[in-house]
Write a protein that binds this ligand. Structure first.
Ligand SMILES: [Fe+2]
Ligand SMILES: [Fe+2]
Length: 190
């Protein structure tokens, strides 16, 4: 189902496993930002008819945020500062501002972020099953939801303009392939 053109670098998983508390704090912020992204999409005229669906996604992401916060509390990990993701910033920088198709770029970026989260949560669920059963189940439970968000955003873009979505999707998949290969030593999911 996922369309990515480049695999997640081999350095990503060891980095995450060596820094789980910091990664969980980053994950909390990621869910918070996913909720605000769903709400931000509601500013586009083309998405006015989809505002109920976007609210539902925002609510789901807020619930994920709370689940991560509960996990932090249970593990005695203090909630902390967010760090910007160079990969997300790199994608968002290519959203064309002020054009009619800005909404399509924005939806594609949100879709790819959800898609990469889905992919990474799946990897974590598998790998953590031997190391941290509770966390493995936690990540496995999120996979389906993030996969649905990935598909929903992509379908929303295609419903606005399928040709333009396919054209821009190809551009953003190439950009993702380039950006994901760039080293990021920070203990974060993306
Ligand atoms: Fe989420
Ligand atoms: Fe999501």
């Amino acid at each position: 189902m996922l369309l990515f053109r480049k695999k997640i670098p081999a350095t990503w998983l060891p980095k995450v496993l060596a820094n789980l508390p910091a990664v969980l704090v980053d994950h909390a912020h990621l869910e918070r930002k996913a909720a605000t992204s769903a709400l931000n999409l509601e500013k586009y005229r083309d998405l006015f008819p989809r505002v109920g669906e976007l609210n539902a996604i925002a609510i789901e992401e807020l619930q994920h945020f709370q689940l991560v916060l509960n996990l932090l509390k249970k593990r005695g990990i203090p909630f902390g500062q967010p760090y910007p993701s160079p990969w997300i910033a790199g994608l968002m920088k290519s959203v064309r501002n002020g054009v009619r198709h800005q909404v399509i770029d924005h939806l594609i970026c949100c879709s790819l972020i959800e898609g990469r989260s889905c992919e990474k949560f799946q990897i974590l669920a598998q790998r953590l099953s031997e190391l941290d059963g509770e966390l493995a189940v936690f990540y496995a439970d999120l996979v389906e939801s993030e996969g649905n968000h990935y598909a929903t955003y992509l379908l929303m873009a295609k419903a606005i303009d399928e040709t333009e979505t396919n054209r821009r999707l190809s551009f953003f998949l190439d950009l993702d392939a380039k950006l994901i290969a760039e080293p990021n030593p920070l203990p974060m999911l993306h």
